[in-house]
Design a protein around this ligand. Structure first.
Ligand SMILES: Cc1ncc(COP(=O)(O)O)c(C=O)c1O
Length: 349
């Protein structure tokens, strides 16, 4: 069902796994599947390399593109695991639908992903925190600059080894002016343009000493929604709060998993709108104990401070943080070191 063309030579010998920059190095193979004449053709796994596309291909002009981010993990016995891959598969089709991209078949996705991982399995290093970042994506390839949905697409999967990394101290700015997404828009989709549009405001925030922006609702900028590549949790006292997903927010797999674990471990959790006002007030009273982001790249990313309307707030250092609790619980499931009560692990064999 899948055409496999093996790379004659591996690049792995030339890769320094002790010094990986996230997303810079790619494995020996990639998956490519074309949509032509109203149908997805047979997926092909071939040596990783550049593409040749017509300069008028729709993706370059209208940004008709969606992607996913997931990881493969290797346990102590060299078994390879994915974490809730079905969620990523469903989400790329959900994103694609919003961008008028035809649905990709489930068996193509899973069969080609598994073959690709088996072929490039030496690139998945053991050790807590090491993983292989998997980037499935779809681009509109039909030539011609007419502003309408493409009739041709390319679905691809590329993989990049990732190291356990410390992302440094993260301070965020609550957005006051710019918006990431609007009602009825594409915020809930992993559409390429959602990310391209964040770079400029994020660069401005960086100049003010923040690493990321927490996006607020586009209408009022009064409610906190999510970060650039993470969903956001707040801890006031011992209560954990996160915003509900809607058509502006990405339905993160990690977020969903944190919510399930919070219920499992009887952590007081509220899924409701979170106002800037209550977070600022809680911080002023010393009741805001934690903020953290959740996402595939760093699992759980503690946030040490935030800025709003020219004021900067620092959060206390926590010994028993929810952030480290959830990170540990999630990673132990991902690396096959804990019971998988919810059936989240998926073995590649
Ligand atoms: C905008 C946005 N929010 C949240 C997330 C976290 O989602 P997940 O936990 O599925 O990685 C991501 C990353 O995928 C993202 O790009």
């Amino acid at each position: 069902m899948i055409d496999i063309q093996k790379s004659p030579k591996s690049k792995i010998e030339n890769t320094n796994f002790d010094n990986l920059v996230f997303g810079k190095v790619f494995t020996d193979h990639m998956m490519e599947c074309d949509y032509i004449d109203g149908e997805w053709q047979k997926p092909v796994i071939k040596p990783y390399g550049p593409l040749t596309l017509d300069p008028s291909a729709r993706v370059f002009h209208y940004g008709q593109a969606v992607f996913e981010g997931m990881k493969a993990y290797k346990d102590k016995d060299d078994r390879i695991w994915l974490f809730r891959p079905d969620e990523n598969f469903k989400r790329i089709n959900r994103s694609g639908k919003r961008l008028a991209i035809p649905e990709f078949p489930k068996e193509y996705f899973f069969n080609s992903l598994e073959e690709l991982l088996k072929l490039d399995k030496d690139w998945i290093k053991k050790g807590f925190g090491n993983s292989l970042y998997i980037r499935p994506f779809v681009i509109a390839t039909e030539a011609g600059v007419s502003a309408s949905a493409s009739g041709e697409y390319k679905f691809m999967i590329i993989c990049s080894p990732a190291q356990a990394y410390y992302s440094g101290e993260v301070r965020v700015k609550f957005s006051e002016k710019f918006s990431r997404a609007a009602d009825g828009g594409v915020g809930y989709a992993k559409a390429a343009g959602n990310y391209g549009a964040q770079f400029y405001p994020t660069n401005l925030a960086k100049e003010e000493g923040f690493q990321q922006i927490i996006w607020t609702d586009a209408n009022t900028h009064e409610y906190l929604e999510e970060a650039g590549t993470m969903n956001i949790f707040f801890r006031i006292g011992d209560k954990l709060i996160t915003a509900p997903t809607n058509d502006r927010i990405l339905d993160g797999v990690t977020r969903k998993s944190v919510i399930t674990l919070a219920e499992e471990y009887n952590i007081d959790l509220e899924v409701r709108r979170v106002s800037v006002k209550e977070i600022v007030e809680a911080a002023e009273k010393g009741e805001l104990k934690e903020m953290f982001g959740s996402g595939t790249a760093t699992v759980i990313n503690p946030i040490v401070g935030f800025g709003h309307k020219g004021k900067k707030f620092e959060l206390p250092k926590m010994e028993d943080s929810y952030a480290s609790f959830f990170k540990d619980k999630l990673m132990k499931i991902q690396y096959n070191e804990a019971e998988d009560k919810f059936g989240w692990r998926y073995e590649v064999k």
